[in-house]
Write a protein that binds this ligand. Structure first.
Ligand code: Z5A
Length: 209
């Protein structure tokens, strides 16, 4: 049986992660591979319940460290109950966000020490990691213009502009430090152009597997 791969799509809100997930899944299916599409926070009943807590507003401040613990609690459920079993069956897994989102949002955004995040990450997941990550990158203004046309902002999205500039910068730093497992796509371009870039990238990842 051919081994499946774990592909993650990252980026700030509104860059088009959700819009492009199905395109990626379809491309993989057309290469005769089985694929599941999933997301973080979420992906299992418990992790989806934790997502609800993470994105909701309470009459009590949600500490950055609490976000961090909730995220890794949900992630452990997701990895053990969904991602690893699918990979074991030879399926590909396409996931909307994963651990690098935590380094970007809770690390750079909330300013939690990266070493503390890394220690929790190792404790929870060991060396389990995506095979490939696609970073959709666009200016914060562009991304928020898109979101604001669609819906109200959730608790995290109500953070200041500077928070999202730090998140975006951290994503770019991670991607530039790991060119072997990351591609950066300019998501400020029209969707059709972004789709063409993703398809070109997938040809390398999927068809050479
Ligand atoms: N979070 C965290 O803090 N730490 C973590 O470790 C993790 C997550 C995993 C939920 O994430 C929150 O959790 C998120 C980070 C935090 N909150 N914040 N802030 P999420 O992934 O569920 O939510 P999101 O990023 O806010 O998703 P989104 O709103 O669905 O954005 P998107 O998926 O990137 O965009 P989209 O839905 O595909 O597109 C938005 C609109 O733009 C839509 O109308 C599209 O048609 C349009 N679009 C997309 N691409 C284009 C292009 N290229 N041109 C023009 N228009 C476009």
């Amino acid at each position: 049986m051919k081994q499946g791969k774990f592909i993650v799509v990252e980026g700030i809100e509104g860059v088009g992660k959700t819009s492009n997930l199905n395109l990626i899944a379809k491309f993989i299916q057309e290469a005769d591979q089985q694929v599941i599409v999933t997301r973080e926070p979420g992906g299992t009943p418990i992790a989806e319940a934790l997502r609800g807590i993470l994105l909701s507003e309470f009459d009590e401040e949600t500490l950055g460290e609490t976000e961090l613990l909730l995220l890794f609690a949900g992630r452990l459920q997701h990895v053990e109950h969904v991602i690893k079993p699918a990979l074991k069956l030879g399926k590909w897994v396409v996931c909307d966000r994963f651990c690098d989102a935590t380094y970007a949002y809770q690390g750079a955004g909330r300013r939690i020490d990266i070493q503390r995040i890394a220690a929790l990450h190792r404790w929870a997941l060991g060396d389990f990691a995506p095979d490939y990550t696609i970073l959709l990158d666009a200016p914060v203004e562009t991304a928020f213009e898109r979101i604001l046309k669609l819906r109200d902002l959730d608790r995290i999205e109500k953070e200041k502009h500077s928070f999202f500039e730090r998140v975006r910068a951290q994503y770019l730093e991670i991607a530039n430090s790991h060119p072997e497992r990351y591609s950066i796509i300019d998501a400020a371009k029209p969707l059709e152009e972004v789709e063409l870039c993703i398809k070109a990238l997938l040809k390398d990842i999927v068809l050479t597997n």
